[in-house]
Design a protein. Structure first.
Length: 312
C-alpha cells in the first residue's frame, strides 16, 4: 500500500466515532515504534513532520524513513503530513517532495490574510492530489518553532468556521478549545477542561467536516517521574486528560496530534538507562528500550484514547 491521503481515513473516523493518531516523527526509532504499534493494533496512522524536524533530520531522510515504514507495514494506511507549515513555500516543498498532506498554519494572521494564504496552499495542493489542514484560533505553548504566550492564545470563534472553510477549500480544520503545545499545558492545581461547547458549535456549523486537535499530549506522569528521578527537572508538567480526548474523538474530531508524550517516553527511558548503566555507550543499547516504550505508549493511545485500534 503506498502513502495515502487522510480523506478516506477521516470519513471513516467521523462516522465511526474515533480519531486518527497524528504522531510527530524525528528519527528512525520514533518511526519504528509508532508504526510497529499501529501494525499490531491494525490502526491507520498519520506520521507528521514539523519544520523543525525537517531542519534537524533533513527532508529526504524523513521521507525515506516513512517510505520504509510503508514497505514494512503494508497492511496499514499511512499518511505523511507536514505539521505547522509556516508559509506557502514550505508547504510547496513538502507537496513537491512526496508528502500526501500538509498543514498551513496562518492562524496568527488576521482572518482575511489567513484565508488568502490558506486558499493559495489549497489550490496548489489539490492540483497535486494533496490534502490541506488549516487552523482557526491560536494555541498557547511551545512546540519546535511554534511559540505562543498564554495571554496571546485565543479560542476558535465558531461563527467564523463556515466562511473560512467555504472560502479556503481546506480539507480539515484545527481548532483551539483549550489544548496547548508542549509539556506544561496547565497550571499545577488546576483542573484541565477543554471547551466542548466551542467544539460542538463548530461541529454543528460544519456537519460531516473533520476537526483536528493540536497540542493533545497527556504528559504521562510515569515518564515525568522517570525523568525527574534520573537527573531531570520537569516540575509541574501537566497534559490534557485522556478521558477528555476520548470524548473529543467521539465527536467531529478525526485527528489528534501527539508529540510531547513520545519525547517524554524516549527521554525518560534513556535517562534511566544511563543512570543504571553508566558504563554503556552503544546507542543501540539505549535506543532499543526507548523505541519499545514509544511503541507501548502508542498502543495505549490507539486502544484507550483514540479508539482507532482495529480500524485499518
Amino acid at each position: 500500500m503506498p502513502l495515502v491521503t487522510s480523506k478516506e481515513m477521516f470519513a471513516k473516523a467521523y462516522n465511526g466515532g474515533y480519531a486518527i493518531g497524528a504522531f510527530n516523527v524525528n528519527n528512525m526509532e520514533i518511526v519504528q515504534g509508532i508504526t510497529e504499534a499501529c501494525r499490531e493494533e491494525h490502526a491507520p496512522v498519520i506520521l507528521q513532520v514539523s519544520k523543525g524536524a525537517r531542519a534537524y533530520a533533513n527532508h529526504t531522510y524523513l521521507v525515506k524513513l516513512v517510505e520504509a515504514a510503508v514497505i514494512e507495514c503494508p497492511e496499514i494506511p499511512i499518511v505523511l503530513h507536514l505539521d505547522h507549515g509556516p508559509d506557502f513555500e514550505t508547504c510547496k516543498s513538502c507537496i513537491d517532495g512526496g508528502f500526501t498532506s500538509v498543514m498551513i498554519d496562518a492562524s496568527s494572521k488576521p482572518f482575511e490574510e489567513n484565508i488568502e494564504i490558506t486558499r493559495r496552499v489549497v489550490e496548489y495542493a489539490h492540483e497535486h492530489g494533496v490534502v490541506v489542514e488549516a487552523e482557526l484560533g491560536t494555541l498557547s505553548g511551545i512546540e519546535d518553532e511554534v511559540n505562543v504566550a498564554e495571554g496571546c492564545a485565543s479560542y476558535t470563534r465558531p461563527e467564523e468556521v463556515e466562511e473560512f472553510v467555504t472560502r479556503t477549500g481546506c480539507d480539515s480544520l484545527a481548532i483551539a478549545i483549550g489544548t496547548s503545545h508542549g509539556a506544561y499545558k496547565f497550571k499545577p492545581g488546576t483542573k484541565p477542561q477543554l471547551r466542548f461547547d466551542v467544539l460542538h458549535e463548530c461541529e454543528k456549523r460544519l456537519p460531516g467536516f473533520p476537526i483536528v486537535l493540536h497540542g493533545s499530549s497527556s504528559v504521562p506522569q510515569e515518564y515525568v517521574e522517570m525523568i525527574n528521578e534520573n537527573g531531570g527537572a520537569m516540575p509541574g508538567a501537566i497534559g490534557v486528560p485522556e478521558d477528555q480526548l476520548r470524548e473529543a474523538s467521539r465527536s467531529a474530531v478525526c485527528k489528534i496530534n501527539i508529540d510531547s508524550d513520545l519525547r517524554l517516553a524516549m527521554t525518560g527511558t534513556i535517562r534511566k538507562f544511563f543512570n543504571e548503566h553508566p558504563d554503556k555507550f552503544d546507542p543501540r543499547e539505549y535506543l532499543k528500550p526507548a523505541r519499545a516504550n514509544i511503541k507501548e505508549l502508542v498502543r495505549h493511545k490507539l486502544r484507550d484514547v483514540l479508539g482507532c485500534s482495529g480500524k485499518a
